[in-house]
Design a binder for this molecule. Sequence first.
Ligand code: PGA
Length: 251
Amino acid sequence: MKKRKSLIAGNWKMNKTPKESIDFVTQLVKNLKKYDDREVLVCPPFTSLFPISNILENSPVKIGAQNLYFEDEGAFTGEVSGKMLKEIGVEYVICGHSERRNIFGETDEIINKKIKKVVEYKMKPILCIGEKLEEREKGETFKVIENQLKKSLENFDGIEKLVIAYEPVWAIGTGKNATPSQAEEVHIFIREYFKKHYSEEISENLIILYGGSVNPNNIDSLMAEKNIDGVLVGGASLKLDSFLRIIDFQE
Ligand code: PGA
């Protein structure tokens, strides 16, 4: 039995049209078992959020967004605000995914503004952190993680709402997941960071997800680790069978 309630989140990235999304969540709800110890979340592209919110309204599946902008409204062509997301029932927002950092140039300072906006609208930020391959090879993993946490959490006072996703960049979309013990080692480091800089209680309640090539074959061994409270799943969340199997993990 896990100590904290598990969170299984699907990050669809730039996949599925509104119609495909509706079909997917309709099937997901139909086939989902009833769980008390785990929460299920889907994070589709912006265009699918509104159409699926009607279907998921009275279901156990929660809705998340993959990003937001840190202003409420105005002349910000191409952006979507927290205010807009909140109104359609979004409960979680992924912030600082490595694709946002590396393709779209998001910095820890920008991510800091975003997580603040997420809690201002009473949603929960999923803050993604993780090292690149060359950083791991140079033995800098903990230094990178510590630095990302320090900068993105500066003057942030919504810590009880925060979810962390440890996503080593070299494991994302590569089919090469971190081993359960590699992931657990970093999760312990993250939990210690919160104990040191916040409190034992905050650290013990913090949900820390692992992300990076999670699939039906490695989910059980990852979830068997004490400090892995859930997963953020990309590719394997796009197919119903594999996402259902991941949700149905056995420790
Ligand atoms: P992946 O993506 O499961 O396809 O590796 C994970 C993520 O980027 O959140």
